[in-house]
Design a protein around this ligand. Structure first.
Ligand SMILES: Cc1cc2nc3c(=O)[nH]c(=O)nc-3n(C[C@H](O)[C@H](O)[C@H](O)COP(=O)(O)O)c2cc1C
Length: 201
């Protein structure tokens, strides 16, 4: 079983990484193979709306999202981590979510993978990012695991949060336990990828 922690903080070894590492420790201690992917120092560009992924099955942008696509697909469980930047997830976190648009071929989706979230803020915006992440998780037909929402500002602050660190460790354990359940959405409830609502034709 593979559990991926994905840090969308540009800060090297910041609070998001600290909490994700604790989550991965919890997962590893419960039998998982774990990996941390940090976007710090990486080149993750925004979707350019070319739609070529619809016909070709892959994104044409050659940047650090390419190896991340494979890591996301290989993982049984994923925990997204992002600091709050201006009341929401970081631009890199949103770029990754947009670029996952390209994972839209049979056998190349995030459907049925277990997914948790870790968000970190100095003061305000945690719930906004959580809502965005869990809406994404719902639409992808992933299985939602718990979240950790922590208050930390300076580098090193998160490591001092006794409850936050315990919650992160427990999230790792929970993700492993949920993956073990081998949950699958029934085929009669396919992924509804597009935002068709009552207002569309
Ligand atoms: C550009 C920028 C915008 C930020 N905006 C917010 C914000 O809106 N709300 C908040 O509570 N903290 C905000 N912060 C603080 C970070 O969320 C906080 O420092 C967090 O611990 C950073 O996590 P990291 O160490 O994983 O990078 C901002 C920080 C930066 C650099």
């Amino acid at each position: 079983m593979k559990i991926l922690g994905l840090s969308c903080s540009p800060r090297k070894k910041g609070n998001t990484v600290t909490l994700l590492e604790e989550m991965l420790k919890g997962a590893a201690e419960h039998g998982a193979n774990t990996e941390l992917f940090s976007i710090s120092g990486k080149d993750i560009r925004g979707c350019d709306s070319c739609y070529s992924c619809f016909t070709k099955g892959e994104c044409h942008i050659q940047d650090d999202m390419q190896p991340l696509y494979e890591k996301l697909l290989e993982a049984d469980g994923i925990v997204f981590g992002s600091p709050i930047y201006t009341y929401g997830m970081t631009a890199q976190a949103k770029a990754i979510i947009d670029r996952i648009f390209a994972l839209n071929q049979p056998g190349r989706t995030l459907t049925n993978k277990v997914c948790g979230v870790i968000v970190v803020a100095g003061s305000i915006g945690l719930i906004d990012a959580l809502k965005d992440y869990y809406f994404f998780i719902t639409v992808q037909r992933m299985l939602p695991a718990n979240f950790v929402a922590a208050y930390a500002t300076e580098k090193g602050d998160a490591a001092q949060l006794e409850k936050g660190m315990t919650a992160a460790f427990n999230l790792g354990k929970e993700v492993v336990q949920l993956v073990d359940k081998k949950f699958k959405f029934p085929n009669e409830f396919p992924r509804n990828f597009f935002a068709f609502g009552t207002h569309t034709h």
